[in-house]
Design a protein around this ligand. Structure first.
Ligand SMILES: NC(=O)c1ccc[n+]([C@@H]2O[C@H](COP(=O)([O-])OP(=O)(O)OC[C@H]3O[C@@H](n4cnc5c(N)ncnc54)[C@H](OP(=O)(O)O)[C@@H]3O)[C@@H](O)[C@H]2O)c1
Length: 302
């Protein structure tokens, strides 16, 4: 079973491994198959599902909602995360002329209303602003968040892909805490470890959620020198740990960090989640962690 973690003081309790459904529309599953998958994930303790209004060209929330069919018992067993703030050019949104960011009060409220309808739920556990918007008016976002919170439509709020300064700006206008920053982070992309983003989460006491923990699959498929080095080192460490697979060691590397990172898995294969959850019981050493860091950068630490 996957463990749970309270991602901020007074914040929500989520499963340590989160299941991301960005790619779900590509899997071609029927509602019954999605429901089966969700039930299997819940049995493993993977109870947190990461959505966005735009996933699957605005179709994933609806697919998921149809599979759940408003089943309140099932709903109570999970935490639903979704995002808003990006507008895509899409046949499903013919009024959009270009891709841009919209964090206005009206867009946030209407996006959440649509998410609630599509997911067939009365409340969203955690709403994130998907990307930092150069035109963000923090007072306006705070007003929208407050309204959603008062109405019980959203329980907790966070951000995604925000810098420390952007996080602080929005947090400064809220009467309640932001509970996470969902960021790109993996052994292939360690930017957030070195640009202050993860340090800021630690200072704030919020657990970051790490999207693309396998670099969107490039960790397994890419022929770049970095990916080749990483596969070799992750494999060697896995062997030393008694035969752990590359994906398990790559997740254990994220879990080792004191920021209590929550990897957001993107696989469409439940079997791979079954393997992934064993990463929690791998005991990496500090030396292993830095060996992976060095395989990623191609150098020893300065
Ligand atoms: N906030 C943001 O801006 C943002 C951005 C991107 C993503 N996200 C979230 O993060 C989630 C995960 O992102 P992601 O899908 O890029 O994550 P990922 O887990 O790094 O990549 C998933 C890809 O890797 C493949 N894969 C996974 N495990 C594998 C294994 N053991 N061997 C070979 N291939 C493997 C999957 O293929 P199979 O399906 O065949 O296993 C899939 O194509 C998304 O669903 C979304 O919820 C958020």
């Amino acid at each position: 079973m996957v463990s749970t973690v309270q991602i901020a003081s007074g914040g929500p309790i989520l499963s340590r491994l989160v299941y991301g459904v960005w790619r779900m529309a590509e899997w071609g599953l029927t509602p019954a198959e999605i429901r089966d998958m969700v039930e299997m994930l819940l049995e493993m303790g993977v109870t947190t599902f990461d959505h966005a209004d735009i996933y699957g060209d605005y179709s994933c929330e609806q697919l998921f909602g149809e599979a759940l069919a408003g089943d309140k018992v099932l709903r109570q067993k999970m935490q639903l995360v979704t995002k808003c703030g990006i507008k895509l050019v899409s046949a499903n949104r013919p009024e959009h002329k270009l891709k841009y960011y919209d964090t206005t009060h009206n867009h946030i409220i209407s996006s959440v209303e649509t998410s609630l309808r599509n997911l067939k739920t009365e409340t969203i556990d955690l709403l994130l602003i998907h990307r930092p918007d150069p035109l963000m008016n923090p007072d306006e976002v705070a007003g929208a968040f407050d309204e959603l919170r008062q109405a019980g439509k959203v329980q907790f709020f966070g951000v995604s892909n925000f810098s420390a300064a952007q996080f602080e700006l929005l947090a400064s206008r809220l009467d309640f805490p932001l509970v996470t920053n969902q960021i790109e982070l993996s052994a292939m992309d360690m930017t957030a470890l070195h640009d202050g983003t993860v340090d800021h989460c630690l200072r704030r006491g919020v657990s970051p959620m790490a999207w693309s923990p396998f670099a969107g699959g490039r960790l397994f498929a890419s022929d770049t020198p970095q990916a080749v080095r990483l596969r070799r080192v992750l494999g060697q460490i896995g062997d030393r740990l008694g035969g752990a697979a590359i994906d398990q060691v790559a997740l254990a590397w994220l879990l080792y960090h004191p920021a209590r990172i929550l990897p957001v898995l993107g696989t469409g294969k439940v079997e791979r989640v079954k393997t992934a959850i064993q990463s929690e019981s791998l005991n990496l050493t500090r030396e292993d962690w830095f060996e992976i860091w060095s395989a990623s950068t191609g150098t020893e630490v300065p």
